[in-house]
Design a protein around this ligand. Sequence first.
Ligand SMILES: Cc1ncc(C[n+]2csc(CCOP(=O)(O)OP(=O)(O)O)c2C)c(N)n1
Ligand SMILES: [Mg+2]
Length: 385
Amino acid sequence: MATETTLDGLCINTTRTLSMDGVQKANSGHPGTAMALAPVMHTLWDRFLHFNPTQPRWLNRDRFILSCGHASMLLYSTLHINGFDLPLAELMNFRQLHSKCPGHPEYTPDHSLTPGVETTTGPLGQGVATSVGMAMASRWLGAHYNRPGHEIISHNIVALCGDGCMMEGISGEAASLAGHLGLSNLIWVYDNNHITIEGNTALAFTEDVATRFMGYHWLEIHQYTRGERGPVALILSRQALPTVDRSKYASATGVKQGAYVLADADGTPEVMLMATGSEVQWCMAAHEQLQADGIKTRVVSMPSWEIFEHQSKAYREAVLPPSCRARIAVEMASTFGWDRYVGLDGRIIARADFGASAPLKDLLKEFGFTVEHIVAEAKALVGRK
Ligand SMILES: Cc1ncc(C[n+]2csc(CCOP(=O)(O)OP(=O)(O)O)c2C)c(N)n1
Ligand SMILES: [Mg+2]
């Protein structure tokens, strides 16, 4: 991972070590979730949320809710790093009596306890349910107080939740209402890590959450993005993923357009690699190799076809120039939908079936989800060795 040397990497690792230290000092709980979610938190707080750490009650701030309240050290570390009035001494006072860093985030209306904590969380499912109420409140305020040219209320509500939240019925009820109301100011990030206190979720929870959310009329997509037509659920991958070095590659703000150029060649690309979510990592590695072999390669991250289709023709053609017909899409699920983007000359590395089980490494190799295979396909497409 190149991130260790970058400011992003430093922020992420500092969030992790602060969380570890807090848990260690309190000798209570474990820092696993905080460590795993540190990159997500960093991306949210650094790239998406609008807030002012010196004015934690600023009316139009985005609201962040840690619905997996058991990972509270993650929130405290993040608030500390982002300049909220939560000094290191308070962090090291985690889980002590009268601490500003209690075992679960605790809300006080004047933010006197923990600045930046927007609601009390801990009972699983509660935080995400509260987020729907907040999104409704924001819509109500906007409808009453915004005037043309004076949009004083425009904030978003972002909730981070885990398997436990999705298992609780209340999250489903709240999500149903959010979908019904079309609350596009609401985003849930779901850490589907398949583990709870009791063990693997396979023991008790095998429903298809993504399909359920589609039924609720949520716009479900697999990478960080924002939808304009209804609430959005972002389902994080269960595999360990390298973090993209954003100082070297394009900023993640392009996700708002549904698709964007993540890595590029000098001049017109000869070949384009397209993917979403965890497949992007292989495209990035293939990009490095192809570029080194003198083949001009572009990587396009496509978190949402739907949002991309709503962009101007100029933008769409800037991202996917029609002149470049050597295109490869990589998707660990079905080939469905990609033909539109790879065109007649392109290739799709995907699966038309499902059900095989084996260690992940063996499956990936068997099905061609490897950097070597992508590189070979790309070279075959452009007729080079
Ligand atoms: C309603 C409710 N029931 C039980 C608990 C106790 N509890 C705290 S964390 C946890 C497991 C949460 O698992 P998950 O949401 O997957 O989080 P992860 O372990 O992945 O961080 C449970 C059962 C709780 N906080 N709330
Ligand atoms: Mg879990």
